[in-house]
Design a protein around this ligand. Structure first.
Ligand SMILES: [Zn+2]
Length: 199
């Protein structure tokens, strides 16, 4: 179910324009891995989506409809009390390419996304991508500071069949420093590690 709202279009522009969140829409920003999964899950229920050059996705939602929610690697861009948060909005006709563009084009049928549906999809994507949020306070393996958004990272022998599955976490800032995802070690890398061990 898409939220119904009069169609809004960005002011005519030849380039990306920084527009304030909280006026016509709030924006929900999701890191690429979570965002891509959520987009798949939403299917036809998504509204317009902006993708920036890093692959980060931004959904437009009704102002105030998503503000009290929290997920790892997801932010709501809205208008806080005294400041403005801006979103880089590309011209409507930019619908592909590596620069910031409309991943899901803005049309009469695709504008705002229902915040409840979006959050359901993002929560499902978060679980699939990062697993359950661990209990208690977690420290980032890199900076050793507590993080409210613990992203599981692979440090060593993080193979899926290791007996002691003690997870290691990193904060969103440092998670990109680690190998992409905990995954079973491939034969080649296992052999390479063995060689390193002997030398
Ligand atoms: Zn950190």
């Amino acid at each position: 179910m898409k939220a119904t709202a009069p169609l809004w279009t960005p002011p005519p522009s030849m380039d990306i324009e920084a527009l304030p969140a909280g006026t016509w829409w709030d924006a929900v920003r999701a890191a690429p891995a979570v965002g891509e999964r959520a987009l798949d899950i939403l299917g036809n229920e998504t509204g317009a989506v902006i993708q920036d050059k890093y692959g980060t996705l931004y959904w437009l939602v009704r102002v105030g409809s998503a503000t009290s929610r929290h997920l790892r690697q997801v932010r709501v861009l809205t208008k806080p009390a005294d400041e403005s948060t801006y979103l880089g909005v590309p011209p409507v006709i930019w619908t592909k390419g590596s620069r910031t563009h409309w991943r899901v084009p803005l049309t009469a049928d695709h504008y705002l996304t229902d915040a409840g549906r979006l959050w359901g999809a993002l929560a499902e994507a978060d679980r699939a991508e990062y697993g359950h949020v661990p209990d208690g306070r977690q420290l980032c393996d890199h900076c050793q500071l507590p993080t409210s958004e613990p992203i599981p990272v692979d440090v060593e022998n993080g193979g899926s069949d290791s007996a002691v599955g003690k997870a290691t976490y990193a904060c969103p800032t440092h998670a990109p420093l680690y190998p992409k995802r905990p995954r079973p070690r491939s034969l080649t890398s296992a052999v390479a590690a063995e060689h390193e061990g002997r030398s």
